[in-house]
Each structure stands twice: as C-alpha cells, then as structure tokens.
Design a protein. Structure first.
Length: 763
C-alpha cells in the first residue's frame, strides 16, 4: 500500500511545529487527516502482508503523537489533539474505534480540567461521536462505553449545573445546548447506563424548558428545544416495561401545569369554558399580581406578572407539542381528550371589541386586561402549533376532529387576524386538515372558512403588488375648525405631502414586488389546496371567483391547474368559465399543462361523435356537409334569422368553461382552408344559399370549439367556403326568387329577365 503524501506531511508538521502554534494550524491538520482515511482504517491483516510499506509505521506514529498531546500539560496541545481525534474517528472506522480507549479517557479528563470552553465543547462533540459509533459493536460497548459513560455524564452535569436562585448563569447557553444535544442522542442508545442520572438531568435542564423574563439569563430557542427533547426522552430510562406509563405521566403533568398557569393568566376574564375531562379551576386571588411555579423538584421555576405567565404558558404548550414530535420507545396512549380540552379553553378567550365589556372580571384593572390582550396572540399561536403536532402525529385518526379544529382556528383568526404569525400558523394547520378530510367537510364548515380564504388570497397577492391597499383617510383641506367656529390653517409640519399626490388609476400593481415573507409563503402554498381539496359545490361564487383571480395574478401554476381540474358549478347547475387560457398563455411549454390541454382536446373529440367525418379529407367531407345544410334550410325557411339571433345571444359555456358556439381559446392551430371543389353542387335558392353560407362560417374544425349542446345531436354540418358576403349581396338582388333549380350562378342572373317578360305579357 502506497503512503499518501498527506500522511507524511501530517506527521512532519506535528513533529516540527511548536505546541503553542498548533491551534492556528488546526484547519490544515484536520484537512490532512480527512484525506488519510485509507491508512487509518486499514485492518491489521492488510498491514502484515505489506511489510515494506511505511504506512503502518506512520499511522502508529500519528496516533502516539495525538495521545501525547492529549495527556500533555499544554492547553494548546490538548485543543489540537481534540480536533485531530474527532477527524481520525470520522474516517478511521472500526480500526480507530478499537484503539480509542485512551482517547476516550483523555477527553473526559479534559472536561474536568480548567481548559477553555471551546476545547470542552469539542470534547463533548468528539465523545458523542465515539459513543454513537460504538453502539454497533457490542464488544466495544462492553469494554469502552459502559465503564466510561457515567464519568462523562457526571462531568457534563457538573459543567451545566444551574446556579442558585437569583444568581446569573456562569456557563454560556451555547455550551449547555451542546451538552443537552449530546444527552438527547445518547439516552436512546444507553438508557440503562443513564438511568441513575435521570433526576439530576431533570433538575439541570428543567429551567430551560419554559423560561420567563423573571429569570436572569435569556434562553435561546435552540436550548429550549434541546432541553425539552432530553426531558421527553427520559422515559427511555424507566425500569422494565414502564416506558409508556412514564411518558403518559409526564405529558399529563404538563397539561395540569398549563391549566394551573392559565388560571392565573386568564383571571381578567370570566371564562365560559367547562372542562370535559374533569379539571376544576383553582381559586385565584385578585389583590396580588398573578404568579405561579415554585422551588420544588417537580415544579417549574417561579414567575410573577402576566407577561411572565404568558411566556410560561406558551413554553408549556410548545413542550406538549414536542411530546408528540419526539419518537417514543414503545407505543404510548395519547391523552387526546385532555389536549383538545386545553386548546378549546384557550381558543374561547378572544379579544373583545372596544365597547364589549361582557365576560370581563370587574375586579381586575384595565391595565392588566390590556396586557392580556397584548399577549393573547402568542398563546393562540402556541395552541395552533399544538393542533398541527396532533394532526401530524395521529394522522387519519384525527379525521373526526376536523370540524372542531377548524371552528377553533376560525375563532382565533377572527380575533388575531392582524398578526402575521397567527395567519401563518392558520394556513399551515388548514393545509394539514384539508389533506386529511377536505373533500368531506360539510357546507357549514366551508362557509365558516370564507374569512380565512379572503385572508389567504390577500396575503398571496401582496408580494405581487395586486393586493388591495389599506384604506387611508386622504386630507381634503388644509384648514381646521376651532371651538369658536373660526378656521385656521393646519400646521405644515403635521401634514403629509405625499397624501396629496394623485393616485395611479391604471391596473398596474399598487406596490413594488417584494420577496415573500413566511406567512405569505404559507398562503401561497395553501392556495392550490383550497381549489383541489375543498368541496367546490359548497363554495360561494364570490369565493371561487376570488380564488381563480388570485391564482391568475399570483402566477401559481399549481393553483391554476387545480382550478382547471375542479370546475365550479353553481347551485343551478351552470358551469363557470375555466381559466385554462390563462394557464396555457403563462406556461406554454410546461408538460403538465400540455397533458391537460391534450386530454381536453381528446375528450371533446370523443364526445362529438363525428371523429370519422372530421378525419376525412376536406374534399370528401364537403359534399356531405353541404347536403346536410341544404336539408336543414329546406325544413326551416327562416333559418337565417334564427342563426343570426343565436349568434347575438350570450354564449353559454360547458363544464370546462369552453364557449358552446365559438371558443375564445386559441389552443389549436388555424385549420386549413377547404379547397374549392369544381364538382360541388350549389343551389339556386337565395334563402338556401344564405343559410348555407352563414352556417359555413361556424364549422367547428377545432374540437374545442364544438358546441357543447350539439355533442349528442350534431345533425347540421357546415363548411366554410368564404362566400358569406357574396350570398348576402345576391339575396338583395334576387329577393323574390323561389326557384329550386340546381343551375350555377350564371342561371341565377338570367332568371330575373324571364320574370320581367312574363309580367309584360300579363299586362
């Protein structure tokens, strides 16, 4: 085996570089180690066969030098050793793991030394990687992981131990987040070994599950999520088969904490909610600030004030959602009724109108009520997120709850529509509900979605610039009236000069196109599902027209496709026009659009019943069409007037929005003109000629332009010969002719002369 040049350079750099300068070279050294995966992962048998190669010698030299740096007295050397160990473990495979016992013990010792937090954080990452790779080798687990893992957990808990009450946090939150993420990965792999640390882990990380502003440190979101994940995964450490019971016990305790916190946070409102699971609200004092929590082991940290209480409630609701997102060891029983009961209580509390004081607690001050209305949208958003977690976890089992969930969401949206985060969560939740049970929703539920549909369309159009602007009061004068009736000019500094500028009157966008914000992106993704998964028969014509208009203006291909595939038919059975022309014009080269257009053409041809006739050549088809026209004209002498009246009538549309008489859709290419046949027989009847020529102009050579009502009948067939104007002029010249002779046009000119001679003889 040839020696990689990177291995030679690496060994030379480690020997020749001073220890204090190694941290500066760590990026270069790590890149060299990552390129030496072959020699580092070579098994001993392969090394013994090639005794002339110096690769095994260099690999042994590298590992020895790394171990020396790890156990040395220099902090810089230990930092470089940790970086090299992590890289060697990543590419070394089983061979590096087999010899990693000295490295594991050395890394744990670094955690117990006064090294920098950066070095300790790298140690946590390296040890987590080693323990995860050892899981696949039971022998190595017994020899390395089981003896050393308790020492590693003790060292980590000692570093993240929470401070005493009221004292600032000494350890950075980023390091605590790294330790929590490490424990979350190791708990499912080594539950028996970590069982003895369950209580200590809970005490260390429970502070970061639902933090409030009463605490000294600001807890980032990543630390909150990792801490919640660790506490949820602690049910893996339950003895015997008690995993499911432990998980259910923890989630029910969290639900109880939510109700207790809500009792204090919602004391400004006289709630009309009645629990369906047997919970009884606690008596709350009104003469002190709302407060909760405690210093007990099974309680969350204490809080005081309505803002802190709302933060605690939001954190607990998010904690409940994480219970449903994190995987469990065994099947568990979800207390669905208790979860829905909690969300129902929260959704019933909405912001009242300015003059509506019913349902308010008169013992609570106006300031506290105003503070409650300000924090209520955050609580509502957390409740909607809990609904999303329930639907995604339980799936089809929540179909029966769809109408109740939609009712709660519509109630929340009516109260907090002005909050973009509420609209974003609402769009995401409605999309999940429509995917489950959209086509089965009753009409009453669909009607209640009208405000949500309008909000979705408005948010979808806002980035395009076509949304309706918020009405603003435009100043009409520059004077004000005083109390005594006199007028005085307004202060120029308080007047908005831009308000006097003329507003654009054309149909151009009112604002510049901007990138989509998160709630606008959610609305854009929901729009196709409103057209495809909602029962269109339950939508009002205005709502469907708004959805179609939004799909066209937002250039949403998915929404326009959904609209074409789900045509709208009102209660009287009339189909509304399709937006297929807009879709074809906007996406002329899209394969999906072409498939849709082709299928519509094919279905129109199959429904016409005259495929064989249209497949004939124009010369063969023209006589038959002319004979049919002649027969039709003989049966009805007033056919010309009838045809003209039909042309002036409003054109109805078929199910796909295709006009019955003449389509506006320029889908097919222009049909070729029918060549003039020298043996084509014409008629001398002026009335018949007029009917024939008028009918020829409406020959539906394009299948999409065939009249829908004539699909089953199709008795009259006409061919366009381009002689409509000539026939009209002849009618004026030969208005009194009733002859049905089959002579050509020249005989028609001679007939009036004979008629004049007969008149003279009679005189």
């Amino acid at each position: 085996m040839s020696v990689p040049p990177e291995l030679r350079v690496l060994c030379k750099r480690l020997v020749s570089t001073p220890t204090d300068e190694l941290p500066r070279l760590c990026p270069v050294l790590v890149s060299l180690v990552l390129r030496c995966g072959g020699p580092l992962s070579a098994v001993p048998e392969a090394k013994a066969k090639d005794k002339t190669s110096e690769a095994p010698m260099l690999v042994h030299k590298l590992r020895t030098h790394i171990t020396t740096l790890l156990t040395g007295r220099s902090a810089s050397g230990r930092f470089a050793a940790v970086c090299l160990i992590k890289a060697a473990i990543d590419v070394g495979g089983w061979e590096s793991l087999r010899l990693a016992d000295p490295w594991i013990r050395g890394l744990i010792s670094v955690l117990q030394k006064p090294d920098s937090l950066a070095a300790k954080e790298l140690c946590v990452v390296a040890l987590t990687k080693i323990y995860m790779l050892l899981q696949g080798y039971p022998t190595l687990v017994r020899e390395m992981a089981t003896p050393t893992l308790p020492d590693y957990v003790k060292a980590c808990l000692q570093l993240i131990k929470p401070p005493s009450s009221g004292k600032p946090l000494k350890t950075p939150t980023s390091f605590i987040d790294t330790v929590a993420s490490s424990l979350a990965r190791l708990l499912p792999l080594f539950p028996t070994t970590l069982r003895t640390f369950s209580a200590q882990i809970t005490t260390a990380l429970k502070v970061y599950v639902a933090p409030t502003t009463c605490e000294a440190a600001v807890v980032p979101r990543s630390l909150r999520e990792s801490s919640r994940r660790v506490l949820i995964l602690l049910h893996y450490t339950a003895p015997k088969n008690g995993n499911s019971d432990e998980w259910a016990k923890r989630i029910r305790a969290t639900i109880s904490d939510c109700h207790t916190t809500a009792d204090h946070a919602f004391r400004a409102v006289q709630e009309s909610w009645e629990s369906t699971t047997g919970y009884r609200s606690q008596t709350v004092r009104n003469d002190v600030d709302p407060s909760g929590g405690g210093d007990a082991a099974d309680e969350f940290p204490s809080w005081t004030g309505l803002s802190a209480g709302s933060e605690r409630l939001v954190g607990l609701l998010e904690f409940l959602g994480d219970h449903l997102r994190v995987s469990t060891k065994n099947p568990v029983t979800v207390p669905l009724g208790e979860l829905l009961d909690l969300v129902s209580r929260i959704s019933l509390i909405t912001t009242p109108s300015s003059d509506d004081l019913a349902g308010l607690n008169p013992a609570i001050s106006r300031d506290e009520r105003a503070e409650l209305w300000s924090v209520l949208p955050d609580i509502h958003q957390a409740a909607i997120s809990l609904h999303i977690a329930i639907i995604r976890r339980l799936g089809d089992n929540t179909i029966s709850l769809s109408t109740d969930i939609i009712d709660q969401v519509v109630r929340i949206l009516a109260s907090d529509r002005h909050v973009p985060a509420i609209r974003e969560s609402t769009y995401i939740l409605l999309k999940e509900v429509l995917l489950l049970s959209g086509p089965t929703l009753p009409k009453l539920t669909v009607d209640s979605l009208t405000p949500l549909i309008h909000a979705c369309c408005q948010d979808t159009l806002r980035p395009t610039g076509y949304s309706e602007p918020t009405p603003q009061q435009t100043p009409t004068s520059t004077t004000t009236t005083t109390t005594n009736g006199t007028t005085k000019p307004k202060d120029p500094a308080s007047a908005n000069a831009d308000a006097f500028l003329a507003k654009p009157t054309d149909g151009s966008p009112t604002t510049l196109c901007t990138p989509r914000s998160p709630h606008e992106a959610s609305a854009h993704s929901l729009l196709p599902f409103l057209l495809s998964h909602l029962p269109q028969r339950h939508l009002s014509p205005d709502s469907r027209a708004l959805l179609d208009r939004t799909a066209i203006l937002s250039l949403s291909k998915d929404a326009m496709l959904a609209s074409c595939l789900h045509p709208y038919k009102d209660s009287r059975g009339r189909y509304y026009p399709s937006i297929l022309p807009f879709l074809i014009r906007q996406y002329p080269h899209d394969q999906g659009v072409e498939v849709l257009r082709t299928n519509l053409v094919r279905s129109a041809r199959l429904g016409a019943g005259h495929e064989t006739l249209w497949e004939e050549s124009p010369e063969e088809a023209a006589p038959a069409l002319a004979d049919d026209d002649e027969d039709t004209a003989m049966e009805d002498p007033n056919a010309a007037a009838t045809e003209q009246q039909e042309a002036n009538k409003p054109k109805a549309t078929s199910g796909w929005g295709i006009p019955e008489t003449e389509s506006k859709m320029d889908v097919d290419s222009t049909p070729p003109e029918v060549e003039r046949n020298a043996f084509f027989t014409t008629t001398t009847s002026t009335t018949t000629a007029v009917v024939t020529e008028d009918a020829k102009m409406e020959t539906p050579l394009s299948p999409l332009k065939r009249k829908a009502s004539q699909v089953g009948e199709a008795k009259t067939k006409r061919v366009d010969t381009g002689r409509a104007e000539e026939a009209v002029s002849k009618k004026e010249e030969v208005g009194g002719s009733d002859s049905e002779d089959d002579s050509d046009a020249k005989s028609i000119e001679i007939d009036p002369t004979f008629d004049d001679d007969e008149d003279e003889e009679e005189e």
